[in-house]
Design a protein around this ligand. Structure first.
Ligand SMILES: Nc1ncnc2c1ncn2[C@@H]1O[C@H](COP(=O)(O)OP(=O)(O)OP(=O)(O)O)[C@@H](O)[C@H]1O
Ligand SMILES: [Mg+2]
Length: 255
């Protein structure tokens, strides 16, 4: 078992009288793809938004690489290696796909695990490392052929992959994907599955929320299940699929 990259420790989040999350604890480990599932309104997005720093949490602790982050502003969490997809929507329609990805790399980092993988020093060969990384990101996100196109002109599925590509350019330790398959058709979901597995090969851990069960069962190493803001199960896909509590609360309805 590898070390945790991201730790959620007895997280509680209320909106007024609504207890969206209650005493939630789980971890995302190094090199792991963790699926987060549950019925509508069970608190999945609230968990991701708490991690990203969209709003203050009610109580509990959040740790990234062993460092407590719940008091930090959003940008500091990104700089610390936490990436998510939704904020990077194609605001820069005039940019090319490549430029938009380069923009994602423009994040102040104190350390980044991948520079050592490429074996370059940070300063002198920074450009070379970046070029190589962007080329690799274009490859695994299937955007290589549209790299020179303007963001406004690519398909909506390609825009979704571009969001992930931009998040990856920030050299995260962990990436948070909230329903990345929404609006994708079958062959695009296959590309997404392959991409999520490629992200892990980059050394980046993944927390993925999805209602699409075939996809989540395929990509996840482990799955955490929420219901009414609480964790009701945690385990490998096979255990989750056969867990009567999960079937009763969620999978029965999804199937
Ligand atoms: N900003 C907010 N203000 C008030 N209530 C909120 C807010 N965000 C979420 N909630 C409430 O918190 C609960 C959990 O919502 P959340 O969006 O986390 O669910 P979810 O599991 O992501 O659902 P879905 O599968 O539909 O995306 C719901 O009752 C929701 O109405
Ligand atoms: Mg949600």
């Amino acid at each position: 078992m590898t070390a945790p990259v991201l730790e959620v420790d007895t997280l509680c989040k209320s909106f007024g009288g609504v207890h969206a999350i209650r005493d939630l604890s789980f971890e995302v480990r190094e090199g792991e793809i963790l699926g987060l599932i549950g019925p509508n309104g069970s608190g999945k997005s609230t968990t991701v938004n708490s991690l990203a720093g969209i709003f203050p949490i009610t109580s509990g602790r959040l740790l990234l690489g062993g460092v407590q982050i719940d008091g930090l502003p959003e940008y500091a969490r990104v700089a610390g290696g936490l990436a998510r997809t939704f904020q990077t929507a194609s605001t820069f329609a005039e940019f090319t796909v490549r430029e938009q990805i380069m923009l994602g790399s423009n994040v102040t980092r104190t350390s980044h695990p991948l520079s050592s993988v490429f074996g370059f020093g940070r300063k002198a060969d920074e450009e070379a490392v970046l070029e190589k990384r962007v080329a690799h990101i274009l490859e695994i996100t299937g955007l290589k052929d549209v790299a020179a196109k303007r963001v406004a002109t690519i398909s909506s599925a390609q825009q979704r992959f571009l969001m992930i590509a931009t998040a990856l350019a920030s050299e995260p330790k962990v990436i948070l994907l909230d329903e990345p398959a929404a609006g994708l058709v079958s062959h695009e979901r296959k590309t997404l599955s392959d991409l999520i597995k490629s992200i892990r090969k980059l050394g980046v851990s993944v927390l993925v929320i999805e209602h699409h069960m075939a996809l989540i069962m395929d990509v996840s190493d482990r799955i955490v299940v929420l219901n009414f803001g609480q964790k009701i199960a945690e385990g490998i896909p096979e255990e989750i699929r056969n867990n009567p509590v999960v079937i009763d609360a969620y999978l029965g309805e999804a199937a």
